[in-house]
Design a protein around this ligand. Structure first.
Ligand code: ATP
Length: 661
């Protein structure tokens, strides 16, 4: 569990986000909508900067990546081909008491004593019967009734007779009292229930919770029947917040459903995309043909994705509507590389493998993209120390994936490993997905997704037979493995072998289905990481001993929402204001600047520090030439150390551009 101190840190961050207009709860005036967040003025700028930097790094700065902007709603067949309709689900369970929903795989294992209850009956039906007894003995009557209902071996007639005579102190049971018992119905709730309590907690706590559970079933005065206890270890069947039993885990499809067209029948069902990647695969051929790219090359897309997450949590980290920045980088299968280049390059398992080479196989490309992405994060202020890595194990990998490395960020809510180190939570996954995606779309759409490669055809013709046999067989085995694992129910092993043979024969004709490396990042998680990383608190004490907490958002200038604050020293001096406006106009076409003339200069610096503005430009009397040698110079103040220096206005733009780009 996250430690309280870390939760406090998150609380402060959430509060600053709201106070300064980074992030607001969606639909806040109506009580909010769980899992949905809006970005305020500063957040919107921050987000835009991040997306543009990603787009710039991934497409414009490279020759081998083209962009795409596809729709959110697409043919539902896409999600059948991708497997999302059949398998995009999380195991989910609900608290039987509060109905709160949990992802079963995220429940912390708990140990303690389980209090089981077989059933409950509603005592309110016996109000008339109990009222036949004097007030003083009613609790005792109640206890006897409870005992009696809990023990099915007790004979009703004899026991009721005994209870009546005992508590009324009479030899014979009065007929009226006996009848009032007989006339009462015995509403029974047969659903069993249980509560987990930590060892040492009084049983009364469990009973209280169980009574609430049966009250929800409509019982006014439930009596718990058949209590028994059991010691359990590491169970995930109980709500960690209140001990109540949870429903059995069941799969919950995370895709938001909608209808296309006015009739809204089952035939019109469509989905809001749960990832941006699939549009890239579906448009692969169109982009290939129009962009004049050749494998290896990539298609990049930034856009909204929607997942009806079971338990949205950790602020924007797990939202229901979010944005992704995804690249599908298509590469030649290793057999093709080997046929053309004789062998596949071996790369060291760590570090950046350098500039892409024609003989790179999937491993080199995978490592290349992991390192490229880390460099991107470093370039916007997330140092390697703030990041972590999770290399998926064979068991974690999807059957078609060769490797997947998650880049993690150490969020304030991230947990610690056994050695006490913060591990981090996923910012981005970089997966080597083989040729699974294009193959799926080829099979489901009936449209060919393969490419033709002249170089391969020429090389294959020159291969010694032993070599081409080996490569053919390896390609055949991979195809057969994929086709077998993804077979439709009516496909026979013979058909699968035949298809794999055709695919492998395609190599000699220069044909293959590209493999893909997929760096897939979440915009919102990155924004949260940048905010958490930037958040800095310092306490300043003045001469009178009064202390004050100062908040500074130390964003890297590249992502900072406002690049420069432009501040005239005094607002009631028109010459200063005029000059400041000129400086603002000078910078404005190039970057987001904020003109501020309200309050003392110290207050204005503090406001910009809180917004994360890396530079403040102050226009004072020296700017106007009070000291002639300082004419047309400004003071530039640095957010992180408060240092100030004088700079010519003519040099200001170049200086700022060198920092913010
Ligand atoms: P997780 O295991 O955390 O649910 P995932 O492995 O399902 O994530 P992917 O399907 O690989 O995530 O999505 C790629 C990226 O999209 C993630 O690395 C993350 O940054 C982002 N992302 C996924 N789900 C969410 C979400 N619910 N809210 C915000 N960002 C998300």
């Amino acid at each position: 569990m996250a430690e309280p101190k870390e939760n406090l840190q998150m609380e402060k961050i959430v509060s600053l986000c709201k106070r300064r207009g980074f992030v607001f709860q969606s639909s806040e005036i109506y009580g909010g909508l769980n899992g949905f967040w809006d970005y305020g003025p500063l957040g919107a700028e921050l987000k835009r900067n991040v997306k543009e930097l990603w787009w710039h790094a991934m497409t414009r700065q490279r020759d081998d990546v083209a962009g795409l902007e596809a729709t959110i709603v697409m043919s539902p067949k896409i999600w059948e081909a991708s497997g999302h309709v059949a398998t995009f689900s999380d195991p989910m369970c609900d608290c039987l008491l509060t109905k709160k929903r949990f992802r079963a795989d995220q429940i912390e294992p708990q140990s303690g004593i389980v209090y089981h209850y077989e059933k409950a009956i509603d005592l309110s039906s016996f109000d008339d019967f109990i009222s036949e007894f004097p007030e003083s003995v009613r609790p005792a009557v109640l206890e006897d009734l409870k005992r009696f209902w809990s023990d099915s071996t007790i004979d009703v007639q004899t026991e009721i007779d005994r209870i009546i005579r005992l508590h009324l102190g009479q030899d014979q049971s009065p007929t009226a009292v006996v009848n009032s018992f007989r006339h009462a119905s015995v509403p029974t709730e047969f659903e069993s229930y249980s509560v987990l309590l930590p060892v040492g907690k009084p049983p009364e706590s469990a009973r209280k919770i169980a009574v609430q559970f049966y009250q929800q079933k409509g019982f006014q005065k439930p009596i718990l029947i058949g209590e028994r206890t059991e010691r359990i270890e590491n169970s995930t069947r109980y709500n960690p917040e209140n001990g109540s039993l949870l429903t059995e885990p069941r799969p919950f499809n995370l895709m938001f459903k909608t209808y296309v067209g006015p009739t809204a029948t089952e035939a019109d069902v469509a989905y809001l995309r749960p990832e941006t990647a699939q549009a890239i695969f579906a448009q692969f051929k169109n982009v290939l043909e129009t962009s004049r790219q050749k494998v290896p090359f990539g298609i990049a897309q930034v856009g909204k994705a929607f997942r009806n997450e079971v338990t949205p949590r950790n602020f924007t980290f797990r939202s229901r509507e979010f944005e992704q920045m995804e690249l599908e980088f298509f590469i030649k299968p290793d057999e093709v590389i080997e046929a053309i280049h004789g062998s596949v390059a071996t790369v060291s398992e760590t570090g950046h493998p350098g500039e892409p080479q024609p003989n790179w196989g999937w491993q080199a490309w995978h490592q290349y993209w992991v390192e490229e992405r880390v460099r991107f994060y470093e370039g916007i202020g997330l140092s390697r120390e703030t990041l972590g890595f999770h290399i998926q194990t064979k068991e974690e990998l999807a059957h078609y994936a060769r490797a997947c490395t998650d880049i993690l960020f150490k969020f304030p809510f991230s947990k610690k490993d056994a050695a006490g180190n913060v591990t981090g939570d996923e910012l981005e996954g970089i997966a080597a997905r083989s040729d699974f995606d294009l193959s799926q779309h080829q099979r489901f759409s009936g449209k060919p997704m393969g490419v033709f490669d002249d170089e391969l055809r020429a090389a294959w013709a020159k291969l010694p037979k032993e070599k081409s046999d080996v490569l053919w067989k390896r390609y055949y085995d991979n195809r057969k493995n994929y086709l077998t694992k993804s077979a439709k129910p009516d496909e026979t092993p013979e058909q699968i072998s035949q298809q794999a043979t055709e695919d492998a024969n395609g190599l000699a004709k220069g044909q293959y289905i590209p493999h893909v490396i997929e760096p897939s990042a979440g915009v919102d998680r990155l924004i949260l990481a940048l905010i958490a990383n930037a958040y800095t608190e310092t306490t300043k004490t003045d001469d009178k001993g009064k202390s004050e907490t100062i908040y500074t958002m130390k964003f890297h200038p590249r992502v900072a929402p406002i690049k420069a604050g432009v501040l005239p020293l005094l607002k009631n001096k028109p010459e200063l204001v005029k000059k400041a406006m000129q400086v603002r106009e000078l910078l404005r076409p190039w970057m987001n600047v904020f003109y501020d003339e309200g309050g003392s200069i110290g207050k204005r610096y503090a406001r910009q520090d809180e917004a994360g503005t890396p530079f403040c430009v102050t226009i004072d009397f020296d700017t106007l030439g009070e000291k002639p040698e300082l004419l047309d110079t400004v003071t530039i103040r640095y957010r992180d150390d408060g240092k100030q220096e004088r700079m010519k206005i003519s040099e200001l733009l170049d200086f700022l551009l060198s920092k913010v780009r």
